[in-house]
Write a protein that binds this ligand. Sequence first.
Ligand SMILES: Nc1ncnc2c1ncn2[C@@H]1O[C@H](COP(=O)(O)OP(=O)(O)OP(=O)(O)O)[C@@H](O)[C@H]1O
Length: 328
Amino acid sequence: MHDRDSGWWVVTAEAVLETKRLTKDYGGVGVFDLDLSVRRGEVFGFLGPNGAGKSTTIRMLLDFVRPDAGEVRVLGADPRVAGPSVRARTGFLPSELSLWGRSTGRQVLGHLGRLRGGLDRAWTDELCRRLDVELDRPVKSLSTGNKQKIGLVQAFAHRPELVVLDEPTTGLDPLVQQEFQRLVRETADDGVTVFLSSHTLAEVERVADRVAVLRRGRLVTTERVAALKELAVRRVVAETREEPDRRAFAALDGVRDVEVEGHRVSATVEGHVDALVKVLARHTVLSLDVEEADLEEIFLAMYQDQDQDDPRGGRDRSSAERKPQEAR
Ligand SMILES: Nc1ncnc2c1ncn2[C@@H]1O[C@H](COP(=O)(O)OP(=O)(O)OP(=O)(O)O)[C@@H](O)[C@H]1O
């Protein structure tokens, strides 16, 4: 971890991946002054719209691209000095996967296994079974999703200490996505660090412990997913035996769009639903439905440029604007 006061790198057993003011300038676009710190066993989502700089960052982590400025530490080493060993200890899925077209999936995985000093066949078979990989057809004849599954298997197959996945769920059907998410969680539970880049929060929300959001090459925020959920907006609908008093709900902080129809009350709540539930509890509550937190709204606000118009027509942006803070 980088000690901001002393300016020195403090090596912690926990930090598996760190960058300090990492910069790659492709003439005004690229990555600028990026500070990241990812702990061992953490699932870290790296989010940003197209062109935000996610792939460029990943390339610098693995020394495929050299930074113009700043520092990188991956698995305790500088990839510019120890690139081959860092890459050997890392499982990597690139954003544009290219495999040997004429070979079958089985041949590709066998070849990569040999390059890495031997294949753990039982584990590779298990990965292929879980992700439902097509092993016996030439890779060039496979669909995007089926190619992607081979890319995922090779990233996990050598039991790396760190897994870096650039847009991992591209083309995967929902069942395979679910299995992939289970695999990521299990991998992290075994102490392996997983770094996932994505355009959308929905892709990483269920598995990531923390997310960093990048926009135009710069870090907007790093936040725990659980903390984001606390700030999210959700719709609450309840039915009560007595007619609810609309004003009591409308008076609550963070509660808006209150509607009462007969014995049914609905409202939009920012953050905790606690205050609303306490007002509800003055009635006999017959049913209560709390929608799952919608984090997309927060993220869309972060993706927007500050100088652009409010995408939500100028209404209250409180939750989205309150939040960005380093959660460490
Ligand atoms: N080799 C390069 N030469 C010039 N510009 C580049 C190069 N590589 C990336 N860029 C530019 O740097 C910016 C960041 O690109 P990058 O591919 O890292 O974004 P990304 O967040 O991965 O986007 P996407 O989600 O679309 O893959 C873009 O404006 C891109 O055009």
